[in-house]
Design a protein around this ligand. Structure first.
Ligand code: KDG
Length: 337
C-alpha cells in the first residue's frame, strides 16, 4: 500500500505535516496548525505565494503557528474548501471570487465582464475601500478575508475552432466556474456553458465532456491544458481576483499579535504572488503556441461585440449583486484610472 501511495506522487505536500516532535523540541508542543489548500498545482504562482506565506508566518511566530500546504485540490475544490473553513476543519484556502459569490453575492461584482481595464486599476480597487468592505462581508459567513491575490485576466481555449468573434462561440460547450453570472454571460455569447469545479476540468476536456474553458495563460500553461486544447483567444473577458481566506473560528482563536502576523503575511505574500503571476501571464502565451496551440487575436471591434452581447446580462445582475456595491466599484474604477 505504501508503494501505491508513493507512486501517486501528487499526494504529497511540501509541508512539515504537523511534525509534533519538531514543535515540541522548540518548546511549542501545542503549535497551532494552518492547513492551507488550493486548487491549482505546485508550479502555479498561487502555490509559490502560499509557500511565502508559510515562510513568513513560521518565522514571525517562531514556530508557534505551522503552515501545511496542499495543492492540486488535494483538500477539495474552491467550494468544498470554503465550506471546510466555515466548519473549522480547514484553516486557509484561496479561491477565485467567482465561487465565493455563492457565499457572499456581492462578490459577483467582479464577475461583470470587461470590468477592469488592467491589473493596476484592479489592485487599487481591491486594496482600496470598496474591496476591503467586501472582505468584511465574509465575517457573516464565518470567514475572514485577509487579502486579495491575483488569478488574472481570463482567456478562452477550446478544442473545436478558432474563436475570433461572437459568432464563433455558437454551441461551444464551455466549462465555467460555479457562478451564475459567468453561466449567463456565456449563454448570451451563444455558448453552451456548464459550471464545474476546477478539479474536474482537465478530465472533462480530455474526455470531450466540454470543448473548452477560460482561465489566465499561467493556468492554461502550468496545468498543461495545451495537451487537450487546440485554440486560444485573448478574450480577456473577466479579471479574476483570488481571496486569501481564513476560517473565522481559527482566526478568532489567535492572539492579537498572531492575527496581525497572519494578516500582514497574507498581504506580503500576495504582493509576491501578483508579481510572479504577471510575469507568468506575460510569458506563457508564447509558450502555449510553442506547445502547438493556435492563437487568435480578438480585435477591438470583436471585443466590443462581445461587450454588447453581455450588456443585458450585466443589467439584469446589477440588482442581484446590489446596486450600491456595483456603483461603488464603478466609481472606484473611474478614480483609479
Ligand atoms: O486554487 C484556485 C483554483 O481552485 C481556481 O480558483 C482556479 O480560476 C480557477 C477556476 O477556473 O476554477
Amino acid at each position: 500500500l505504501i508503494t501505491v501511495l508513493a507512486a501517486c506522487g501528487n499526494g504529497e505536500s511540501d509541508s512539515s505535516n504537523g511534525d509534533s516532535s519538531e514543535s515540541a523540541s522548540e518548546g511549542s508542543g501545542d503549535a497551532k496548525v494552518i492547513k492551507a489548500g488550493i486548487g491549482l498545482n505546485d508550479d502555479h504562482p498561487q502555490y509559490k505565494g502560499l509557500l511565502k506565506f508559510k515562510e513568513i508566518v513560521e518565522k514571525e511566530t517562531d514556530g508557534a503557528i505551522k503552515v501545511e500546504t496542499y495543492h492540486s485540490g488535494q483538500l477539495g475544490d474552491d467550494r468544498s474548501m470554503t465550506e471546510a473553513l466555515q466548519l473549522g476543519t480547514q484553516e486557509v484556502t484561496i479561491p477565485s471570487t467567482a465561487p465565493l459569490a455563492n457565499f457572499v453575492p456581492e462578490f459577483s461584482v467582479f464577475d461583470i465582464p470587461f470590468l477592469f481595464p488592467n491589473e493596476e486599476v484592479a489592485d487599487k480597487v481591491l486594496d482600496g475601500e470598496v474591496g476591503q468592505e467586501l472582505l468584511g462581508k465574509l465575517e457573516e459567513q464565518n470567514l475572514v478575508g485577509l487579502a486579495y491575490w491575483e488569478n488574472g485576466f481570463r482567456d478562452l481555449t477550446n478544442s473545436e475552432r478558432a474563436v475570433a468573434s461572437v459568432e464563433d462561440f455558437e454551441g461551444l460547450k464551455i466549462r465555467t466556474m460555479e457562478n451564475d453570472l459567468h453561466l449567463d454571460a456565456f449563454k448570451a455569447l451563444g455558448a453552451n456553458p456548464t459550471p464545474m469545479a476546477f478539479t474536474e476540468l482537465f478530465t472533462a476536456m480530455q474526455q470531450g465532456t466540454v470543448d473548452g474553458q477560460e482561465n489566465p495563460y499561467a493556468t492554461i500553461y502550468l496545468q498543461k491544458f495545451y495537451e487537450v486544447q487546440k485554440h486560444v483567444s485573448n478574450t480577456h473577458h473577466i479579471y479574476s481576483p483570488f481571496v486569501f481566506l481564513m476560517s473565522k473560528s481559527f482566526y478568532d482563536g489567535l492572539s492579537e499579535d498572531q492575527q496581525k502576523i497572519v494578516k500582514d503575511a497574507a498581504v506580503e505574500a500576495g504582493k509576491y504572488e501578483r508579481k510572479l503571476n504577471r510575469e507568468a501571464n506575460e510569458k506563457y502565451l508564447e509558450q502555449l503556441q510553442e506547445e502547438g496551440m493556435e492563437y487568435t487575436e480578438i480585435t477591438d471591434e470583436a471585443r466590443q461585440e462581445m461587450k454588447d452581447a453581455v450588456a443585458p446580462v450585466i443589467e439584469e445582475y446589477k440588482s442581484k449583486i446590489g446596486e450600491e456595491t456595483v456603483d461603488k466599484v464603478y466609481k472606484a474604477i473611474e478614480e483609479a484610472k
